[in-house]
Structures are given as structure tokens and as C-alpha cells.
Ligand binder design. Structure first.
Ligand code: SF4
Length: 368
């Protein structure tokens, strides 16, 4: 039997795998099938309270309620962008902010989840950095973000019409909360639950090289994206200080190692935020292409026009500059795409998550 901190009221049941939930109910004197029933209620039907689990006898629900929590995140605000993107600002039981973004797309909707409350890394173009690290999120809190977003977007427990992609690109550095992240990915991939398989999940890192190597060894792993932001160590040290610990050559060596684990048709992605007059010149595009080619990396580059937010000292590059940067990469054999910013008006776009309220005009506060 699995060891669980089971009689602790703080057990977050959304953070338990199906076998762990079975063990949990067994410690309460319940048969194993009740654990499977509970897993389906939490993860498949996406119920967030025991009262809603009316197929469980009332006294059993009361007992479960004493031993664990069906949900712990409180939705403080919900903001809806003119482009349909939704941002949820939630609070943990100990009052830490958690932000999640739902991005409707033509083919398949995407949920961007956070792995930490705040972030310890000091990327200068990112608003989250200004919060510092408040704490790591638990596996249950990561899973719950997805449940909240799905319920809000489609209706409580309603089957997602087109399936869902997940991206770990919200607040925090996912690889500094590696175990909880992997556990959450395992839980959401369970076919009896949310059934969002690792192949639908992409995790983005600022460049924690040892974890990139470790991820490569995991058979059922998510896809990988790496935030680069600069083609030289000198500039990257400035924009992403984590580079001083794992400089570009070391980072790209780890990526090369990761490349061996790619499945047919799979590529990993470099994210490159474009900051006007800082990292967006033709020369820097050539340096970036040369860097990737020198390491013979078969990756694609997503160019992300910077999402401005006070008090960040940067502006987005002009459309013409972005296009010229992209063309230079392509001309040197590096596949590059321009990512369209989503949810800028509600501070939901990349680098804008800092637990802020937006202007009342764009707010639709409908806590559920
Ligand atoms: S870009 Fe990512 S890693 Fe860097 S400070 Fe922001 S949240 Fe943290």
C-alpha cells in the first residue's frame, strides 16, 4: 500500500493518482472501488465539492470531507479579453496567487497553467519576476487550475468538444518544481480522468539544463520549449540571469542530448521574445541562426512580440522588424514562426502574469 499523509485534513485529493486515491479511501475503511469512483468524480466529472458527488452515500461524503479536500483554489477574478482569452486569478488556501489562462483556438483550445506562485528567476522582460518566488504549487493545485478552466470554458463537467492542449508557460519555472509538475502531468493523462495525454502537453523552461537532460530520459514525457531571448551570453546574462548558471553552450548541449529522445515528427521549440532595439536586429537574427546551426539543432523558433506592461522597460518590435528577423532565420535554414499575442488587454499574455487586476472596462468579474 502506498504511504499517504491520509488523515491530514490538508490532503488535496486532486493531487493524488488513481492508485493513491484507492489507498486513501482504503485507509478510511472503504473498498477500492470507492477510490476509483472518487477519482472519476474529481477528474472525469470535474466536481469540486463532495456535496456534488450525490452518487456517494451522504455519511461517506461527510467522512471524505473530514479527511481531504476536493478543491482548494478559490477563484478571485475572471477576466475575458476581446479575443476570447480568459485569465483566472485564484488564491491558494494560504492566500498565494495562482494564475491560469484559457486560450480559445480554431482547432484545439489551450490552457496555460502556472507551476509556481510568483517565480524566483529574474527575467527582466517578465512581470511575474517582480513577485519573486512565493512558493511552489502542489500537483493538486496544478491539476485544479485545469479543472477550473475547463469547467468555466465548457460548463461544469461538460466534455471538451475538441480536446485540450496544455502549456506550462504560466507563472513560475516548471523545472524548479519538477516532481509536482510530472505528477500533475501523470494525473491529467489518466484515461479515467481528464485524459489529456503528455503528447498534448508542452512545458517551457528558462534553461535549467540538468532537468532538460532528465526529462529526456522519461518515456511518457511532455514536449519541451526553451525560452532563449538572446543569441549571446552577454545579452542573455542581462535578460535572463539564469544564463550565468547555465550559459548558452551548456544549455544547447543539453538540448542536443534531448534531441535524441524526440519521437518521429516531434520537434522542440525555442521561444524568443522580441524586444525593440534590444534583441531584434538583423545581426542578432544571424547570430541566433548561427548559434542553433552550430549546435545542429533541429528545432523551430517561435518569435513572440513582447507584451508591454508597466513598469517593464521594453517595447515590442514593429511588425516589419519581426518579419525581417523571421526571414533571416528562415534564410539560414531555421524554421521560425511569429506567435500572435493573446489576451494582452487583460494581462494574460506571455510575461504579463503578476496577479494584477486590469482596468474595469475589460473586467468581467464572475467568480464561480
Ligand atoms: S519568464 Fe518564466 S522563468 Fe522568467 S521570470 Fe517569468 S515566469 Fe519566471
Amino acid at each position: 500500500m502506498l504511504r499517504l499523509p491520509c488523515m491530514d485534513k490538508a490532503v488535496q485529493l486532486t493531487g493524488l493518482t488513481q492508485p493513491e486515491l484507492v489507498s486513501f479511501v482504503e485507509t478510511l475503511g472503504e473498498p477500492a472501488y470507492r477510490g476509483r469512483q472518487l477519482f472519476a468524480a474529481l477528474q472525469h466529472r470535474r466536481l469540486r465539492s463532495f456535496e456534488e458527488m450525490t452518487d456517494l452515500p451522504k455519511e461517506r461524503r461527510a467522512r471524505l470531507n473530514e479527511a481531504g479536500n476536493a478543491s482548494t483554489l478559490k477563484i478571485e477574478s475572471r477576466y475575458v479579453s476581446a479575443d476570447g482569452t480568459r485569465r483566472y486569478l485564484m488564491k491558494t488556501h494560504d492566500n498565494r496567487p495562482v494564475e491560469t489562462v484559457f486560450i480559445p483556438e480554431e482547432r484545439r483550445d489551450t490552457i496555460c497553467f502556472s507551476s509556481q506562485s510568483g517565480c524566483p528567476l529574474q527575467c527582466t522582460f517578465c512581470l511575474t519576476a517582480q513577485l519573486g518566488l512565493l512558493r511552489n504549487l502542489t500537483a493538486g493545485e496544478i491539476v485544479e487550475q485545469i479543472i477550473v478552466a475547463l469547467n468555466d470554458a465548457y460548463g461544469d463537467g461538460v466534455k471538451t468538444p475538441r480536446g485540450t492542449n496544455l502549456v506550462g508557460m504560466g507563472a513560475g519555472e516548471p523545472f524548479l518544481n519538477f516532481d509536482a509538475l510530472l505528477k500533475a502531468i501523470r494525473i491529467v493523462g489518466d484515461p479515467d480522468g481528464l485524459h489529456i495525454v503528455p503528447n498534448r502537453v508542452t512545458v517551457s523552461t528558462a534553461g535549467i539544463a540538468p532537468r532538460i537532460r532528465e526529462l529526456a530520459t522519461i518515456a511518457d514525457r511532455p514536449h519541451l520549449a526553451i525560452s532563449l531571448a538572446a543569441p549571446t551570453d552577454e545579452l542573455r546574462n542581462e535578460l535572463m540571469p539564469i544564463n550565468k548558471k547555465w550559459p548558452l553552450d551548456e544549455l544547447l548541449d543539453a538540448c542536443k542530448e534531448f534531441e535524441k529522445s524526440l519521437k518521429p515528427g516531434e520537434r522542440f521549440t525555442f521561444e524568443y521574445v522580441l524586444l525593440k532595439d534590444v534583441n531584434d536586429s538583423d545581426e542578432q537574427a544571424r547570430q541566433l541562426a548561427n548559434l542553433l546551426n552550430r549546435h545542429s539543432l533541429r528545432a523551430k523558433v517561435n518569435l513572440i512580440p513582447h507584451n508591454p506592461a508597466e513598469p517593464l522597460p521594453y517595447q515590442p518590435s514593429s511588425e516589419g522588424r519581426v518579419e525581417s528577423f523571421r526571414e533571416i532565420l528562415e534564410s539560414k535554414g531555421v524554421h521560425a514562426f511569429v506567435r500572435k499575442p493573446r489576451g494582452r488587454d487583460i494581462l494574460a499574455a506571455c510575461g504579463q502574469l503578476a496577479a494584477r487586476s486590469t482596468s474595469p472596462v475589460s473586467i468581467q468579474q464572475q467568480p464561480r
